[in-house]
Design a protein around this ligand. Structure first.
Ligand code: ADP
Length: 217
């Protein structure tokens, strides 16, 4: 039988799970890297940073950079509600909001994604209101909720760096660190994507990933 890309990806993914399970978290990850299966490198299926529109992503869950009311807003939130249809807002009305840094899950309705995980990011206030910890909480809580709902693929937008004005480079560094740390200690989620809506955002996340890899691989 000819070997195709899908077969290689599923083999690497299965191998990764075994190595992570047998060696535990970081050790397993370092062994993977030594084996040449660096799951962060470009082209690999584990962690991708791409330019795109999150509403088009065919993944188990997309993350919505929501506001605490969960009743829709501008930016990525507005785009997700428009693409999902009015049923999404109807379900959001039943879950009574969400605190900053926490996460709640709904169905994806007309989106290609099965679920939407809503997380209100922190509004930047000069760093005086625990914004960095709250942003980290967003990524962590979304990944945890995705895993609890058996999601194997999750796509994030750049939380808080739009109208909430969190400094982009700092937000990218926090996002990459939190996602990498989560993936190195949990095997359930197979693919995380960062969907960047513009070139500046894409570069910031690519740079943050390069920096992280330079210090950890
Ligand atoms: P926040 O209120 O958390 O700052 P915004 O929606 O204002 O959220 O912006 C967060 C990021 O999402 C910004 O980088 C913005 O350009 C981006 N964005 C807007 N629409 C989309 C989309 N359809 N897909 C992916 N990212 C998007």
């Amino acid at each position: 039988m000819p070997i195709n890309e899908e077969m290689v990806v599923s083999y690497v993914s299965a191998l990764r799970k075994v190595i992570l399970k047998e060696n535990g978290g970081e050790t397993g990850r370092l062994r993977l890297n030594r084996l040449g299966l660096n799951i962060n490198k470009e082209g690999d299926k584990m962690f991708r940073i791409v330019l795109g529109d999150i509403t088009k992503e065919t993944v188990d869950a997309i993350v919505n950079a929501a506001n605490t009311s969960l009743l829709g807003g501008g930016g990525v939130d507005g785009a997700i509600h428009r693409a999902a249809g009015p049923e999404l807002l109807a379900e959001c009305r039943t879950i009574h909001g969400c605190k900053t840094g926490q996460a709640k899950i709904t169905k994806g309705y007309r989106l290609p994604a099965k679920y939407v995980i809503h997380t209100p990011g922190p509004i930047w206030n000069g760093g005086t209101r625990d914004e960095e910890r709250l942003l980290r909480n967003c990524y962590e809580n979304c990944l945890r909720l995705a895993a609890e709902n058996d999601c194997q693929s999750v796509a994030f937008p750049s939380i808080s760096t739009g109208v909430y004005r969190f400094p982009l480079n700092r937000a990218a560094e926090i996002a990459i660190r939190t996602i990498e740390e989560y993936l190195s200690t949990h095997a359930e989620i197979e693919q995380v994507s960062m969907i960047c809506f513009d070139g500046t955002t894409l570069s910031a996340y690519q740079n943050a990933l390069s920096e992280w890899e330079a210090n950890h691989v």
